[in-house]
Design a protein around this ligand. Structure first.
Ligand SMILES: [Zn+2]
Length: 134
């Protein structure tokens, strides 16, 4: 977990917004930014976003729910949301852990995701849900 990024303290409650501001999320981040990472799966490699984790109860859409668009593919387990106006990815419900959302750290107000040191890249090409138990 990360309680501070580039000298900016991560408050327990944080606002995140898309680029145009139509969509605003309120996040509970009691432990700061947890598990920030990038991923090389087919969708994440195109987004390139630094993504962190919250439980499903940790995100509320406080503005612009009607602008959120849902994208699903492959097994249609994961649910990827983005702003229908500016196209920015805001958050997604995970396939690997449907009890969690991943969210776009770049949408957090006042946080520079590139100020987070050593963000690991998740092996999304070999998705845990695709691995065959030996
Ligand atoms: Zn937008």
């Amino acid at each position: 977990m990360l309680r501070e990024v580039g000298g900016v303290a991560i408050q327990p409650r944080h606002l995140a917004s898309c680029h145009c501001g139509a969509v605003v999320l309120e996040l509970d981040l009691p432990n700061g930014i947890e598990d920030p990472r990038r991923c090389d799966c087919s969708i994440c490699r195109r987004k390139g976003a630094v993504v962190a984790s919250v439980p499903l109860s940790g995100i509320r859409v406080v503005k612009g729910a009607e602008h959120l668009r849902l994208y699903e593919f492959n097994t249609r387990t994961a649910r990827h949301w983005f702003c229908g106006i500016c196209g920015i990815y805001t958050h997604h419900q995970r396939r690997s852990n449907p009890g969690q959302y991943g969210f776009n750290v770049g949408c957090l107000e006042g946080v520079n995701p590139f100020a987070i040191a050593d963000v690991p890249v998740n092996d999304g090409v070999n998705h845990p849900a695709d691995r065959v138990e030996a």
